[in-house]
Write a protein of this length. Structure first.
Length: 132
């Protein structure tokens, strides 16, 4: 392993590439990371019955066929952008005993029309939210 230790009083670390503006700032005081520039998501196609994985969090999913299921209780903050290209209305499945948040959309799932995108976020142990 390689470690970088900053001993400056403000605790900030900034990384630059070829003299450009900072691309990554680690703010020691606020304990945040700021990324500038382009960030690309993985994109993959689902054409058969598939359960998404924790490792695929942050991905754009092109759903062309089969059933699509969110993983059971992945890490909090896991999220997926799903584009329905099945040619018809379809609803994403939930793994295990997971559920949609009861106070948002009355805890219901949504049937997504073909050509539409929904985003899914894991909020807490087994609780998901979605938005268009």
């Amino acid at each position: 392993d390689t470690y970088i230790v900053n001993r400056k009083t403000n605790g900030d670390m900034k990384f630059r590439v070829n003299g450009s503006n900072e691309l990554i700032t680690l703010d020691g005081g606020q304990q945040t990371v700021e990324l500038k520039g382009r960030i690309f998501a993985d994109v993959f196609e689902v054409s058969i019955n598939t359960t998404l994985t924790q490792a695929q969090s942050g991905a754009v999913v092109l759903w062309t066929g089969g059933t699509l299921t969110l993983p059971t209780s992945p890490a909090i903050g896991s999220h997926y952008k799903v584009f329905n290209a099945t040619g018809g209305s379809a609803s994403i499945g939930l793994g295990g005993s997971d559920a949609f948040h009861s106070s948002i959309h009355s805890g219901s799932n949504i049937a997504m029309n073909s050509g539409y995108v929904n985003n899914y976020y894991h909020l807490s142990a087994g609780i998901w939210i979605w938005h268009k």
